[in-house]
Design a protein around this ligand. Structure first.
Ligand code: DHB
Ligand code: MG
Length: 223
């Protein structure tokens, strides 16, 4: 083959192979665009990855920090068993409203609750434990979200965070923007945390160059 194939083209190829057309997910995107929400939701392939991580870990309780339009919420909610439960935190009332409508249209509203408010105000009220915590909100607060995630995730539980590479700006975040600084501090804390074992999956594709952090909370059975 001649010429260079773009990362975006390969990402689209992967998504077309592994993510079926889906009226609920398409509807969630449509509702988000109509409401003028920013088009920054996770990609279809990232959604499938979150879904698989939740299923592989047998998650019954999931906490999401940052709902946006509920696209990732639908992926995660679908991975839950009938008696599972997901709580998603969203600061913007308009976003929360759009997400609730999409969850309802997907038939997931009995399992998935959107709580409105600033995550740092809501998190102290939330009690353990969760099998999985997905962080995808204001990057400046990522270090604080991580402290809550470690408190709330069960031993052996999973913590996943979006946008931890940010085009590589986390390598030298000073002077870039507060979000890069937040993501870099988060990564450092994740790497050093005595109760976590973690890695970052670097990603390139239709969302540009970024990364997903994946961490496991140690449990008593660990060495
Ligand atoms: C952006 C992307 C994200 O996935 C996110 O959670 C926030 C912002 C962005 O591209 O600006
Ligand atoms: Mg994100």
């Amino acid at each position: 083959m001649t010429g260079k194939v773009s990362f975006e083209a390969v990402d689209s190829y992967i998504n077309s192979l592994f993510v079926d057309d889906d009226p609920s997910l398409d509807g969630a995107i449509e509702r988000a665009r109509e409401a003028g929400l920013p088009a920054i939701e996770i990609s279809p392939g990232q959604g499938k990855l979150l879904y698989l991580l939740a299923k592989i870990s047998g998650a019954k309780r999931i906490l999401e920090i940052g709902t946006l339009a509920g696209y990732s919420t639908i992926w995660l909610g679908r991975a839950l068993p009938e008696n599972g439960r997901l709580i998603s935190l969203e600061r913007e009332a308009a976003h929360a409203g759009v997400a609730r409508r999409s969850l309802q249209a997907a038939g997931l509203d009995p399992r998935c609750e959107v709580r409105e408010g600033a995550a740092l105000q809501l998190l102290p009220e939330i009690e353990p434990s969760f099998d999985m915590v997905f962080i995808d909100a204001n990057k400046e607060s990522y270090p604080a979200y991580l402290r809550h995630a470690v408190r709330l995730a069960r031993p052996g539980g999973l913590i996943v965070a979006d946008n931890v590479v940010r085009k590589g700006s986390v390598l030298a975040p000073a002077g870039v923007d507060p979000q890069a600084i937040g993501a870099a501090s988060f990564n450092q804390a994740l790497a050093e945390h005595p109760r976590l074992e973690a890695i970052i999956l670097q990603q390139v594709g239709i969302k540009g160059h970024d990364g997903l952090a994946i961490a496991r909370v140690r449990d008593a059975g660990d060495d």
